[in-house]
Design a protein around this ligand. Structure first.
Ligand code: SF4
Length: 376
């Protein structure tokens, strides 16, 4: 296939859906429950709701929304640290748009910007580096977040800053890694995931080989998947086929972009600039060992945590927030007490309502299950 509308062809979708329906009837689970497939990536969550795939698939199949939206898993304490950096008069704080709306314990970056702080939305860390070059009297901080997908561009901007000797540029590094996170999901008590839709963008960087342990040690299938409707349906079909045959393999549906060995040009700058943290705190999931990275000693001068002497603090979510339960797949988004009432994409109470990739925002924006709110 060559053009995007071919990946949205309703005739092909109907054919795959028919085969999925047959496979679902043929798969026998040891417990009386739906087959559960976790889409790890927030991009898949968005596509599933945008195209209504969850409504087209048989009732015997259920999607569990995974922790793959980096904005959604940002703890309040990190937002509070951003606020404390941005409150310095000599700082220009830069970040991607979504991160500006995540609530901290008292306010978001957008609230602080409204009060006059110099907080700027950028499209890439290189934009932030340009701001630093143009404002040598200011300290310019880039708030780096995201999985392996966004790490290479952050790493390259730090390498460039060192090369051209821009000494007023800092990174507040909150990049996270996918493999320990999937492992934490697999190790969580009561885990009932039958297979994984593997994250397409992350796989583009790391390849498919790092997922081998999921099949070898946990005996679960994973299919690295693209983001168009037929990509997702084909990947679900591939997972179900494995389940029916009693197999657990790592497969690659997204071959047009993902290589088994990953992308060396992207992996090299990551290992040049970053090292693993001992642990990283996730909203709703708690602390996960080795699930985040920090700037290594070679590039220490660019580390905002060192420059601003940031402290590790833990800030819990308000009691009414049920983001943790949604992130673990215990609750569906619309089952949260405040979904669509106190918490909406316009005024998000929890982080899952902020990004379009957040499960709550995707449910809310595409108008599904809204009738369920009224029944509560
Ligand atoms: S509705 Fe809001 S508070 Fe509830 S889980 Fe979703 S984002 Fe969190």
């Amino acid at each position: 296939m060559k053009y995007v509308d071919e990946f949205r062809d309703p005739k092909q979708a109907k054919k795959i859906l028919k085969e999925i329906e047959i496979l679902c009837l043929e798969i026998e689970l040891s417990e009386d429950r739906p087959i559960q497939i976790m889409e790890v990536c927030g991009g898949h969550t968005h596509s599933i709701f945008r195209y209504g795939l969850n409504q087209l698939l048989p009732k015997k199949l259920d999607f569990v929304h995974g922790p793959g939206c980096p904005v959604c898993v940002l703890p309040r304490s990190v937002v509070d640290n951003c606020i404390s950096i941005a409150n310095n008069k000599d700082v220009i704080f830069t970040t991607f748009g979504d991160a500006m709306r995540v609530p901290g314990s008292k306010q978001s970056l957008l609230d602080l910007k409204a009060e006059g702080a110099d907080i700027r939305m950028v499209y890439s860390p290189l934009d932030a580096l340009t701001i630093a070059k143009n404002n040598p009297e200011k300290r310019v901080v880039f708030f780096g977040l995201g999985f392996e997908t966004t790490m290479p561009s952050t790493a390259l901007s730090i390498m460039q800053a060192k090369k051209i000797e821009v000494n007023n540029f800092y990174l507040f590094c909150n990049h996270i890694t996918i493999i320990p996170t999937i492992k934490a999901v697999l190790d969580s008590p009561g885990m009932r995931i039958d297979g994984f839709l593997g994250p397409g963008h992350v796989s583009l960087i790391i390849g498919t080989k790092p997922y081998d342990f999921i099949a070898d040690e946990y005996h679960k299938p994973l299919v690295a998947a693209g983001f168009e409707p037929l990509d997702i349906l084909q990947s679900v079909w591939m997972i179900l086929k494995q389940l029916k045959n009693g197999e657990a393999k790592i497969e690659n549906q997204y071959k047009r972009l993902v290589l088994d060995d990953g992308n060396a040009s992207a992996l090299d700058p990551i290992s040049e600039v970053f090292e693993l943290r001992d642990f990283f705190e996730w909203r709703g999931l708690g602390s996960i060992n080795h699930s985040g990275v920090k700037i290594n000693n070679k590039y220490r001068d660019f580390d905002a945590e060192v420059e601003f002497k940031l402290k590790e603090v833990t800030v819990t979510d308000p009691d009414v927030c049920q983001c943790g339960e949604v992130l673990k797949g215990i609750l569906k988004p619309w089952e949260c007490k405040v979904f669509g009432k106190e918490c909406t994409p316009e005024i998000p109470l929890g982080a899952l309502m902020v990004s379009t990739e957040g499960a709550c925002s995707a449910h809310y924006s595409y108008g599904q299950n809204i009738d369920l709110i009224n029944k509560k």
